[in-house]
Ligand binder design. Structure first.
Ligand SMILES: [Zn+2]
Ligand SMILES: [Zn+2]
Length: 208
């Protein structure tokens, strides 16, 4: 089952120019079976997601991209919206309490601007990031960052034994489906989505 796990729409993300209907049309055109909408610090209601899913005949799951003191963290299975800036540890305890999944989004976006040396040095430095001990995984295929930044995320996730997911981070229709997470099983609900993420029952594909 092909899903795009990182998406922003005009519904709750002011930085996005893509309406929910435009998202679904683009998802269908790109051969996706569904999407997981991850607005900044807001979660869609179940009925909103169901209505969009029924209207377009594709699965719609809900997550959130939470702004923490340690960077953006994607969460799946958590309904509670942040009431301020949480630390990664605060977020992780809330996610663990509901059996959800926490994934550091685009963990090295802009990282190369800092001019680190060779890749080995970067991986070692990167492993010291305290955020990485407060997540289940890293987003290693993000549609908005460079290939080098995605590759570094993958190396760090492998070295740390973390889960590796992908998502387009689409804010406009053309970007939908650029990074696809293809699950081995049919995902019927959000609980199954979380379980499939936590057990790494998927493979990643970068399309564009
Ligand atoms: Zn982000
Ligand atoms: Zn995002």
């Amino acid at each position: 089952m092909k899903l795009d796990l990182h998406i922003h729409t005009t519904e709750f993300s002011s930085c996005s120019t893509m309406s929910p209907d435009e998202l679904m049309i683009a998802a269908r055109e790109n051969g996706l079976d569904g999407v997981c909408i991850t607005e900044h610090n807001r979660i869609w209601t179940k009925s909103q997601a169901e209505a969009l899913s029924n209207k377009h005949g594709l699965a719609v799951f809900r997550g959130m991209e939470v702004t923490t003191t340690g960077g953006d963290i994607l969460v799946f299975g958590l309904e509670e919206e942040p009431d301020g800036m949480w630390t990664p540890a605060m977020l992780k305890s809330k996610v663990d309490a509901v059996g959800g999944a926490a994934i550091a989004a685009h963990p090295f976006r802009g990282f190369l601007l800092f001019g680190f040396g060779d890749l080995k040095m970067q991986v070692q430095d990167a492993l010291d990031n305290p955020t990485f001990s407060q997540v289940h995984g890293l987003e290693v295929c993000n549609g908005l960052v460079t290939e080098t930044e995605n590759n570094l995320a993958r190396e760090v996730a492998e070295a740390a034994g973390l889960i590796m997911i992908g998502g387009s981070d689409a804010h406009r229709p053309e970007a939908v489906g650029t990074c696809i997470t293809e699950f081995h099983d049919f995902i019927a609900n959000e609980k199954e989505l979380v379980q499939a993420i936590l057990s790494s029952r998927f493979s990643l594909r970068k399309i564009k």
